[in-house]
Design a protein around this ligand. Structure first.
Ligand SMILES: Cc1cc2nc3c(=O)[nH]c(=O)nc-3n(C[C@H](O)[C@H](O)[C@H](O)COP(=O)(O)O)c2cc1C
Length: 174
């Protein structure tokens, strides 16, 4: 499969460690590309509706080229730390901008990696899961995995060999 991973963290911390472990497992059988969301020049969706009449977003920024990559992918992995009980703004920015071409990303396989600073039974992971499940229902996505992690310090995942192996195994199964 062609797998696009949207990294919704700007820090070289837990989200990146989870992405690296996942990629390590998935890379032998799949083609992987990581989109670093914070490095994109993407303006927020203004809800102008012009995309309904154009071939995509009218913003002259990275919106359409980013969505092109999502459209070409068989699987999209959203990797976002929890910020204020939700996904990060840069992750949401990419998702919001898919509005103009939502039909083109229907039916994708989806994975979600979510590190947060609270134990995995906390409300935020359920809220984020619900949000992805609603999107999945709207866009006929097939969520292959939703994986929350309790990790706060920058290197907590990287220093947890058992957890790294679990995430690598997750990738290996694809
Ligand atoms: C602005 C901000 C808001 C946060 N909000 C939450 C939160 O609501 N719930 C939570 O469990 N962790 C929260 N955290 C902790 C991060 O999710 C956690 O440290 C995570 O491991 C960061 O991932 P990273 O190393 O990839 O940046 C927050 C961190 C920041 C910087």
């Amino acid at each position: 499969m062609k797998i696009i991973i949207v990294n919704g963290s700007a820090r070289k911390g837990n989200t990146l460690a989870a992405i690296e472990a996942f990629s390590e497992g998935a890379k032998s059988k799949n083609e992987i590309e990581i989109i670093q969301a914070d490095k994109l020049n993407i303006g927020f969706c203004k809800g102008c509706g012009a995309c309904e009449f154009h071939k995509g977003c009218v913003d002259k920024d990275d919106t359409n080229s980013t969505i092109d990559k999502l459209v070409e992918a068989d699987m999209i992995v959203f990797a976002t730390p929890v910020y204020w009980w939700g996904m990060t703004a840069q992750t949401k920015l990419v998702i919001d901008k898919c509005y103009c071409r939502g039909a083109q990303i229907k039916g994708k396989k989806i994975g979600v990696l979510v590190p947060g600073g609270s134990p995995v039974d906390a409300t935020q992971y359920e809220l984020i899961k619900n949000q992805f499940e609603c999107m999945a229902s709207y866009l006929d996505w097939n969520i292959l995995f939703y994986k929350p992690f309790y990790a706060n310090g920058k290197d907590e995942i990287r220093n947890n060999a058992e957890l790294v192996k679990k995430i690598t195994d997750l990738g290996s199964r694809l």
